[in-house]
Design a protein around this ligand. Structure first.
Ligand code: ADP
Ligand code: LRH
Length: 475
């Protein structure tokens, strides 16, 4: 690599990677140096993340990064949103963080809505109602013993960053997923902290993506072999914000689907849309890189397929994803569908049975084979995407002429084609690692290796990636 090298740590709910990136001649080059699995663990005390295990993988990945690339100057971290760790007064993590899929927030939703009307809450945060938004999790937390000792709340990327640097901070993109942030002021809302029963001193200051968080600690430098001057740069630490920053759009009027465990479907707007219509449609206004708003809806995503595969494996059949998708593609259109966004699909376990039960209840034929379940999930996703694309267009008054699909799900050719057909718009699929690219580009810009607005960075992604175009079937 000719110039400085950046390291992206990107951890999604289903897996993580450490990727090296550098800019050369107007393109971004990347090299995946480490991959590892992830998923919530069922413990005696609820569904939790093995955050120390993930940290160990980060250290391993950074060690490989140092080994392969001696010129690393900065690293950045993004993970999924809404989850957090609680630190005691000495700065020690009190317990493994809960996973947002733990059903413990049910009563807390009512408690919060008794304290503030959901319409008033939306007018401040612009956040889509999801039962696991951080505000509900924190209120649920207050009846657990850990809360008594809690002095600091750190979102997961910030917890990892704290362990790497000793510095506490957060960035606006992930903070916007908490329902404690004022979407207009882009800072913690004093009113909502009161509603949540959170002392303002428990939360770190909100920074913009691109801020230098601090140098890596001497211990981390020793463990990994990275150069002593390596810094941690705050990126769009919400994985979806990094993914959206790297949507390879070269023209305006695009929609996007960040397709992984979840499908995040929407557009970018300059300002939040906090209207009652927008709330009724359950659209979110999450903070993007560079003061953009990610105006989108969180749809059920490939979780339904991941969980079905896991269940079949537990039941003794190990399905190959490629083969399953090929079989699903041969099935006729117009089969049964479910509402992928329904609460009944949030928790892990028994997914095929829950899908069959939903079909039964709705008077639709039940899928029987693995290929039929797969087709049902993909048809259901495509229908949800179409509804969301249409709603985004109407609510924002912004035309959507093509849909970019990024993330692991962009490799699913059947889903991409069904999406083009359902939305009646061309789909441009790729890159798979958009999140890491967004993470890397924000670092590269902060350190002077590239310049400009997102409109200048996105063409770099387009020029550096292989994209596949799917045309909608003539209807
Ligand atoms: P997350 O960041 O939420 O962990 P990813 O962006 O890594 O998710 O995407 C994971 C998803 O990508 C999987 O659930 C799977 O459905 C899909 N996927 C991964 N590899 C392939 C492939 N080769 N073909 C089709 N789909 C794939
Ligand atoms: C995707 C994601 C999404 C959130 C969910 C918790 O990984 O960050 O944007 O809604 O996880």
């Amino acid at each position: 690599s000719p110039g400085p090298v950046f390291g992206a740590v990107d951890i999604g709910a289903s897996g993580g990677r450490v990727i090296a990136g550098w800019i050369d001649d107007g393109t971004i080059h990347t090299d995946v140096v480490h991959r590892f699995g992830n998923g919530p663990s069922e413990t005696a005390d609820g569904l939790r993340w093995d955050i120390r295990g993930l940290y160990a993988e980060v250290i391993t990945g950074l060690g490989r990064l140092a080994e392969c690339y001696p010129r690393v100057i900065s690293i950045g971290i993004d993970t999924w949103a809404v989850d957090y760790g609680l630190l005691d007064a000495a700065g020690e993590l009190i317990e493994d963080p809960h996973c947002y899929r733990d059903p413990r927030t049910e009563a807390a939703v009512d408690t919060v809505h008794d304290r503030i009307d959901p319409a008033a809450l939306y007018a401040i945060t612009g956040l889509q109602f999801l039962p696991f938004n951080t505000i509900y999790q924190l209120v649920a937390e207050q009846s657990c013993p850990a809360w008594e000792r809690a002095a600091t709340i750190l979102m997961l990327p910030d917890l990892l960053a704290y362990w790497l640097t000793g510095e506490q901070g957060t960035d606006v993109t992930n903070a916007s997923s908490t329902a404690l942030l004022d979407a207009t002021a882009r800072d913690w809302s004093a009113e909502l902290l009161k509603v949540a029963g959170v002392d303002p001193g428990m939360l770190p200051a909100v920074q913009a993506a691109g801020t230098i968080r601090g140098p890596l600690s001497a211990e981390v430098i020793k463990q990994t072999g990275l150069p002593a001057e390596t810094v941690l740069t705050s990126v769009g630490s919400h994985d979806t914000a990094s993914a959206v920053a790297a949507v390879p759009a070269t023209e305006p009027n695009f929609g996007y689907i960040s397709s992984g465990t979840w499908s995040l479907v929407g557009i970018e707007t300059p300002e939040p849309i906090l209207t009652e219509d927008s709330r009724a449609a359950n659209f979110t206004n999450e903070g993007g890189v560079d003061r953009r708003i990610r105006y989108l809806r969180n749809e059920g995503g490939l979780w339904l397929l991941q969980e079905s595969l896991r269940q079949w494996q537990l039941d003794g059949t190990d399905h190959d994803l490629d083969q399953l998708l090929a079989e699903a593609a041969t099935l006729a259109a117009g089969g049964p569908t479910v509402d992928v966004g329904a609460d009944e699909f949030i928790a892990p376990g028994g997914m095929p049975e829950r899908i069959a039960a939903a079909c039964r209840r709705d008077g639709r034929p039940e899928p029987r084979t693995a290929a039929e379940f797969t087709r049902c999930i993909l048809d259901s996703l495509a229908i949800a995407y179409d509804a969301t694309v249409q709603a985004a267009e109407q609510l924002a008054g912004q035309p959507i002429e093509r849909v970019h699909v990024v993330g692991g799900g962009s490799q699913n050719a059947l889903l991409c084609q069904l999406t083009a057909d359902a939305t009646g718009r061309p789909v441009i699929a790729g890159p798979v690692e958009a999140t890491a690219l967004g993470n890397l580009l924000v670092q590269a810009r902060a350190h002077g290796a590239v310049a400009g607005a997102l409109e200048d960075l996105r063409p770099i992604v387009a020029a550096s990636s292989t994209l596949t175009r799917y045309e909608p079937a003539a209807s």
